[in-house]
Design a protein around this ligand. Structure first.
Ligand SMILES: [Zn+2]
Ligand SMILES: [Zn+2]
Length: 337
C-alpha cells in the first residue's frame, strides 16, 4: 500500500509500506481524506524534528472507512469514522483532572506517532468517532479542525451578544468565527490575505483588513469598551503585541496559535483591565462530538473552506503551495485519488 514518508525538512516521499495488521483493540481503516494543517507545515519546515522521526508518517486530520474491527467493539466494517489523534497515560495529574489531551506523556498520532498519510491504518477503536452518512467526505475531513474551534470557543465561554475579535482568518480562525457566531456572538475576523477575506465574507463573516488600525476599529465597534473575547490565531508577534489593547475590562484573551518563540506582550493592560488570558490547545471528546453535531446540522458550514484536494503523491507540492500563501485555505489529501 502507498504511504508518504517525512524524510527531513521540505521533503516527503511517497513509497510503499506493508499492510498494517490491527492489534486486538484496533480497527483497520481505509483512509479517504487527510487535512493539511499549520502543525503539518511546522513539521514540513523541520521545526518539529525533535518529535517527528525521519521516515515517519504524518497526518492527524483523518477521515476513513472501517475495513475490519473487533467484534463487539461498537464499530464495524463500512462505518465512516474520524480519528481523535491523541494517546495519553490516564494516570498523570493532567489526565486525573480530565485534561487527557494535555497528558504529561501526550503523544499525538501523526506527529509523535505514525499518522494517516497512507492508504490503510490500524487505530485503537477507542480513538474512533462515527460520522453520519449525511456528511460528505470533505466535510468529515474538517471535523478535526472544527473540534479545535469548538474547544476554543468553549474555553473562552463566548456568550450570546458577546463581541469576539478573531485575529487570523485561516481555517481555524474561520471555524472559531463560525462557532462563536452560532453561539450568538457578534464576530469580526482580522485577516490580511485578500483571498481569505473574500472567502470569509462569502461565509457572511465581517472582516477587517490590514489597511485598518485594529485598535481604533475595535474602539469604534465597541463604544470604547473593547471586545469581550479576542482569539489570537495568527502566531504573529504583531498580533500578540496588540491583543491586550483590544479587550474590555475583565475580558478574555484566548491564545490558539503556536508561538514557537517568546514574544513581547503588553502586560500593563493585563493588569490595568484585569484581563484573563488562557491557552487553548487540541480538544476533549465532547468537543469532537459537538463538532460532528455542528457540521451535520449545517450550523457550521465547513465545505467552502476546502480550497484544494491533492493526491498523496503531491503532498510535498501541496505543502509548498500552502506555505506560499495566496489563494489557499484548507488543502486535503485525497487518498482515494
Ligand atoms: Zn491540525
Ligand atoms: Zn496522562
Amino acid at each position: 500500500m502507498r504511504a508518504s514518508f517525512y524524510e527531513g525538512a521540505r521533503t516527503f516521499r511517497t513509497g510503499s509500506q506493508p499492510m498494517p495488521v490491527p492489534g486486538p483493540d484496533e480497527a483497520l481503516l481505509r483512509v479517504r481524506r487527510v487535512g493539511i494543517c499549520g502543525t503539518d507545515l511546522h513539521i514540513f519546515q523541520g521545526h518539529l524534528d525533535h518529535r517527528v522521526p525521519k521516515g515517519g508518517v504524518i497526518g492527524h486530520e483523518t477521515f476513513a472507512e472501517v475495513v475490519q474491527a473487533p467484534p463487539g467493539s461498537g464499530v464495524r466494517a463500512g462505518d465512516r469514522v474520524v480519528v481523535e489523534p491523541v494517546t495519553f497515560c490516564g494516570r498523570c495529574r493532567a489526565c486525573e483532572m480530565g485534561a487527557t489531551y494535555l497528558c504529561y506523556g501526550l503523544k499525538v498520532l501523526g506527529v509523535d506517532l505514525p499518522g494517516g498519510m497512507r492508504e490503510y491504518w490500524a487505530v485503537p477503536v477507542a480513538r474512533l468517532l462515527k460520522v453520519p452518512d449525511t456528511l460528505g467526505d470533505d466535510q468529515a475531513a474538517m471535523i478535526e479542525p472544527l473540534a479545535v474551534a469548538v474547544h476554543d470557543v468553549r474555553r473562552a465561554q463566548t456568550q450570546p451578544g458577546d463581541t469576539a475579535l478573531v485575529l487570523g482568518g485561516g481555517p481555524i480562525g474561520a471555524l472559531i468565527a463560525m462557532v462563536a457566531r452560532h453561539r450568538g456572538a457578534r464576530v469580526v475576523v482580522a485577516e490580511v490575505n485578500p483571498y481569505r477575506v473574500g472567502l470569509l465574507e462569502d461565509l457572511g463573516l465581517e472582516t477587517v483588513g490590514p489597511d485598518v488600525d485594529l485598535t481604533r476599529f475595535v474602539q469604534a465597534w465597541t463604544e470604547g469598551n473593547g471586545v469581550d473575547v479576542a482569539y489570537e490565531v495568527t502566531g504573529n508577534p504583531a498580533a500578540a503585541r496588540l491583543m491586550t489593547d483590544v479587550v474590555r475590562v475583565w475580558g478574555t484573551i484566548s491564545v490558539v496559535a503556536i508561538h514557537a518563540e517568546p514574544v513581547p506582550v503588553n502586560l500593563y493592560q493585563m493588569f490595568a483591565r484585569e484581563l484573563t488570558m488562557h491557552g487553548s490547545r487540541l480538544y476533549s471528546r465532547e468537543d469532537w462530538e459537538e463538532a460532528i453535531r455542528l457540521a451535520a446540522s449545517q450550523a457550521v458550514t465547513v465545505a467552502p473552506l476546502v480550497s484544494r484536494k491533492i493526491p498523496l503523491e503531491d503532498l510535498q507540492q501541496g505543502m509548498e503551495h500552502v506555505l506560499a500563501g495566496g489563494a489557499v485555505m484548507k488543502v486535503l489529501v485525497d487518498l482515494t485519488a
